[in-house]
Write a protein that binds this ligand. Structure first.
Ligand code: TYD
Length: 140
């Protein structure tokens, strides 16, 4: 990654290509800037579905479009950015304290997420106004 302080950044994975198809691999302790504690994936996602709509207190993630494409909108309380994910070799790193919304899923899109912690509902901010308040307090 170019800048560890950035709340989002692309991580490029190697790909081995030959006439039989493409192969990409992820090595814990090498490609990902945290210990991978959980992997989950979204599939059978209706094209008009909107996912996310939350931020995390501590959780860091790297998100991949293994198949198809979708949009991720990110907001760290000050800056907003949008990314389209469609390349299985490019993972989007998302830091803690980043509000995210995933939408515009293509047909048969598969979203895989590598996560730095097991699932903990207490780690979520699910109310945007509350998230903004916490960010404001942290920065003051
Ligand atoms: P949520 O994180 O809100 O989904 P998304 O951000 O993709 O829209 O999780 C949806 C539901 O699944 C919620 O009830 C919590 C549960 N869940 C787990 O039990 N384990 C997990 O690892 C994740 C990511 C979610």
């Amino acid at each position: 990654m170019n800048n560890k302080n950035d709340f989002n950044n692309f991580i490029n994975l190697p790909s081995i290509r030959d006439s039989r198809g493409d192969l990409t691999f992820v090595e814990g302790g090498n490609h990902i800037p945290f210990e991978i504690k959980r992997v989950y994936y979204l599939y059978n996602v209706p094209v008009n579905s909107v996912r996310g709509g939350h931020a995390h207190k501590k959780l860091k993630q790297v998100v991949f479009a293994l198949s198809g494409s979708f949009r991720i909108s990110l907001d760290d309380g000050e800056k907003k950015v949008e990314h389209w994910l469609r390349d299985p070799t490019k993972g989007l790193y998302i830091s803690q304290m980043t509000w995210r919304v995933l939408d515009c899923f293509s047909q048969s899109a598969v979203c895989m997420v590598l996560a730095s912690m097991p699932y903990e509902e207490d780690d979520y901010y699910r109310d945007y106004d509350h998230f903004r308040e916490v960010i404001k307090k942290q920065k003051s």
